[in-house]
Design a protein around this ligand. Structure first.
Ligand SMILES: [Zn+2]
Length: 313
């Protein structure tokens, strides 16, 4: 592979120098057929597992999986042994770090522009579970999974329209950890990203997280409640955290969060969860959220005005 050694080029330029391999739409690449990789059926045009049945894992060569694909179903891959991992590389920073460290990477496009997923076999110590990374990225192994070609993204685009790499590389556990460590999502809602992305609660709390989010579906641990995201769900069941003391929430999938008003905005569809960053709730969107907070959660408008002063800072 010629140009992969040049780590200084940016990813977009490098892609143009690579071959785009087209996989026939009813096949899974042959090297996915491995004891350390398992497939599961997902709903057509969806990332959700097949409804109404417990998740069943198959070999990627299993006839039932191939029939499912032929009938238009989507297919996810995971590793039951932890000796294979898949990285949802949602940000360019993570993609660059991976490709610099492992020049023989194997990646495929998802339905979203600029998003790629990577597969690795692990040579020595298996991974024991998924690891959330900043910016919505993820290292996935059981019970996490990623979709592969020829699955269709909810937006209509096929996974693996672009596939780069000859086969899944074999790497050492520690080498992979070293690459993703800078992207770990820190505990206590702290993110390992630029400070501008961090949200701090307004000094005046005119609303309480406990009043605006259904905590009954989350698991309590001290002041923190964790569980599946109430709006967009969760593959791990743990991508959403509410901290009652700090009066904040955080989404690990999108690396976003905020206070009660931001949560109301997400819950009501005023902003997407992926948009819930500091400064997102301005102007008409702010007042729309305030109006709902007034109607549903008894937020008084004079308190809202004080909140606005804080938000503006
Ligand atoms: Zn989210």
């Amino acid at each position: 592979m010629n140009s992969r050694n040049n780590s200084q080029e940016n990813i977009t330029e490098r892609n143009n120098t690579h071959t785009h391999i087209n996989i026939p739409p009813t096949r899974i690449p042959a090297f996915f057929i491995d004891p350390n990789i398992s497939c599961l059926r997902c709903e057509p045009h969806s990332k959700e597992p097949l409804r109404g049945k417990p998740v069943t894992y198959f070999s990627c060569a299993n006839q039932e999986i191939l029939n499912w694909i032929k009938s238009g179903g989507n297919v996810g891959v995971t590793s039951l042994t932890g000796f294979a991992v898949f990285i949802d590389g949602d940000t360019e920073e993570i993609q660059r770090a991976i490709e610099r460290a492992f020049p023989d990477y194997y990646k495929w496009s998802t339905g979203r522009q600029g998003h790629f997923q990577y597969a690795f076999f692990i040579e020595d110590t298996p991974f024991s579970g998924p690891i959330p990374l900043t910016g919505g990225a993820y290292l996935k192994t059981r019970p996490g999974y990623v979709l592969i070609s020829p699955s269709i993204h909810p937006n209509g685009r096929r996974y693996g329209e672009i596939i780069i790499g000859e086969k899944i590389p074999v790497v050492k556990h520690k080498d992979l950890i070293d690459v993703i460590t800078p992207f770990f999502v820190r505990d206590n809602n702290q993110r390992a990203e630029a400070p501008k992305q961090q949200y701090t609660a307004p000094k005046i709390d005119v609303l309480n997280m406990a009043d605006v989010v259904d905590l009954s579906k989350l698991k309590r641990s001290g002041n923190r409640y964790q569980g599946p995201h109430p709006i967009h769900g969760s593959e791990t069941g743990l991508n959403f955290v509410v901290d009652i003391n700090k009066n904040l929430w955080h989404c690990f999938r999108h690396g976003t969060g905020g206070g009660p008003l931001q949560w109301i905005a997400v819950q009501e569809g005023i902003i997407g969860c992926n948009e819930a960053v500091p400064g997102a709730l301005r102007g008409a969107r702010f007042w729309e959220a305030v109006a709902i907070a007034h109607d549903k959660y008894n937020l008084e408008f004079d308190k809202a005005a004080k909140l606005l002063e804080e938000v503006r800072k």
